[in-house]
Design a protein. Structure first.
Length: 121
């Protein structure tokens, strides 16, 4: 089963509500550049994924729905659209879990293992 709804509109509204310390229903649909910049940083922290946005794509994100679309595409591109994998469900992506801890998998076939709580090289 795929998890194409991550993040959904409600989650993006929740992130934006935290920005202005307001209720999700009080968040306007239109996004200003400051809100969008903050929202992207929040998404990166939550999902461990950096959306691929050049200046033109950034300027095209004007509404909450635009942001949801960009974030869903980023999750899918990172391989997180399938259930059981990717940062959207809290599992590790590239050895780092969403909460910032690391996994117990080797860095590569010949390199040292990275264990939970250990600093990444």
């Amino acid at each position: 089963m795929t998890d194409l709804a991550r993040p959904d509109r409600a989650e993006v509204l929740e992130m934006l509500a935290a920005f202005g310390q307001r209720a999700a229903e009080d968040v306007p649909d239109e996004l200003g550049s400051l809100e969008l910049t903050w929202l992207i940083a929040e998404f990166e922290q939550r999902y461990g994924i950096e959306p691929d946005l050049d200046d033109e794509a950034f300027e095209a994100v004007r509404t909450v729905d635009d942001a949801v679309e960009v974030f869903r595409a980023a999750v899918l591109a990172a391989g997180g659209g399938a259930a059981g994998g990717g940062a959207a469900d809290g599992t590790a992506v590239d050895g780092a879990a969403v909460d910032g801890s690391t996994t117990d998998t080797p860095a590569d076939a010949t390199g040292p293992a990275v264990t939970a709580g250990a600093a990444r090289p």
